[in-house]
Design a protein around this ligand. Structure first.
Ligand SMILES: *Cc1c(COP(=O)(O)O)cnc(C)c1O
Length: 393
């Protein structure tokens, strides 16, 4: 296959060449342990401090509030279980939404087994959390609210500022899974009243196995790993130096180019959405049209199976994702699409395209030109569609 169009950037991104170049010295000539005493190691230690500082500034935090982790999943686990275990005396009630990433949902499930009480909030048909219902759910024994910044499947951006204000007012910790939003749209933890923020490097052109958790100064939380003195004694383990240096470089690039990227991606996103909705009948946008990540397109096609659609797109060199987890060996439709009210069969017929700053208008045109005949061919093989058309006449 000569042509390859990558539209699965919510799953992972390519490491930027500039990031790769920034990392390589730390895997070769400068491969010292930053905890060692000699000059070379102390230089690496200083570079690590600078990386922490660079990252802290992007969210309006101080460098002592940035804790490097191995991924977004770890950051979510630490934030949720760490707060729960450190604050059990105050209460054992936590609030989250039904459309969180599994790293959050399954952490909550684990706490439930330990005797914690979890409220899973409904969302509306666009995936938005109702802030009134959220406030009503807060009780005297509530210790944490965990709501994602933006959803990884449908791209909906949650009312984080309003939720932060409510949490602040009720003296409840506020954790935000910002894995899809960070380095893509502006985030300031002070303005937004965020106490904990989860980030993953491989969602913004750094390497896999990198991430961080912002923990506001004074937050009561359990250590994630016991051992050496790394990460201010809260998350022991020799640092992934090259990965962290790369993540700092990636965030620097992303923030320098952010405005331009948002503008260009939004233009391409809207072009794709408009063309698909116009040219393919019985298609519908999933997620909020306006409160939406600049890189997310998620469209449901009636009478089409997501997996067949993905395989057909694969045949023409397009990497995309669907609204069900069938391809990963499970038959369950996406919990996010079910939560926004789609019935099972519609949740199965959804397509997620997540573009990047590297996506060109030509790529967008290629996908939009090729998609209608693919959908038509798949529908022509569907007995349900045949019946539907017959009954319409
Ligand atoms: C990808 C993702 C995660 C998990 O991050 P990893 O670094 O892959 O563990 C968590 N939350 C959201 C919203 C994500 O998109």
């Amino acid at each position: 296959m000569s042509k390859l169009i990558y539209m699965d950037n919510a799953a992972t991104t390519f490491v930027d060449k500039r990031v790769f170049d920034a990392m390589t010295p730390y895997l070769t000539d400068r491969c010292f342990n930053p905890s060692s005493i000699y000059d070379g190691a102390q230089d690496v230690h200083a570079d690590l401090d600078n990386a922490r500082d660079t990252i802290a500034k992007t969210i309006g935090a101080t460098s002592k509030e940035i804790f490097f982790t191995s991924c977004g999943t770890e950051s979510d686990n630490w934030a949720i279980k760490g707060i729960a275990h450190a604050n059990a005396e105050k209460g054992k009630h936590l609030i989250t939404s039904k459309i969180e990433h599994h790293a959050v949902l399954h952490s909550m499930d684990a706490l439930k087994k330990e005797g914690y009480d979890i409220t899973f909030l409904d969302v509306d048909e666009n995936g938005l959390v109702d802030i009134k219902k959220l406030e009503e759910a807060i009780r005297p024994d509530t210790i944490l609210v965990s709501i994602m910044f933006a959803n990884n499947e449908i791209g909906t951006i949650e009312p984080i500022k309003e939720i932060g204000e409510i949490c602040h007012k009720h003296n409840v910790y506020f954790h935000v899974d910002a894995v899809q939003a960070y380095a893509h749209i502006p985030i300031n933890v002070k303005d937004l009243n965020i106490d904990l923020l989860s980030v993953s490097g491989h969602k913004f052109n750094a390497m896999k196995g990198t991430g961080f958790l912002y923990i506001k100064k004074g937050t009561k939380i359990i250590n994630y790993m016991d051992g050496g003195a790394q990460e201010f004694k809260k998350r022991a383990g020799t640092e992934n130096v090259a990965g962290i240096i790369g993540m700092a470089k990636a965030t620097e690039i992303a923030h320098n180019e952010m405005n331009k990227r948002i503008e260009e991606e939004t233009k391409i996103r809207d072009y794709i959405i408009d063309r698909i909705l116009k040219e393919i009948p019985y298609s519908k946008l999933n997620g909020d049209r306006v409160k939406r990540l600049p890189n997310n397109i998620n469209i449901g096609f009636e009478f089409v199976e997501g997996e067949s659609l993905l395989l057909s797109l694969n045949d023409i060199g397009v990497c995309a994702s669907s609204g069900s987890a069938c391809t990963s060996g499970s038959l369950d439709p996406s919990h996010v699409l079910l939560a926004i009210g789609l019935p099972h069969e519609k949740a199965h017929g959804s397509l997620r395209l997540t573009i990047s700053h590297e996506t060109s208008m030509d790529d967008a045109k290629y996908v939009c030109d090729n998609l209608p005949p693919i959908v038509e061919r798949l529908r022509s093989m569907s007995p349900l569609y045949e019946d539907f058309i017959k009954n319409k006449k």
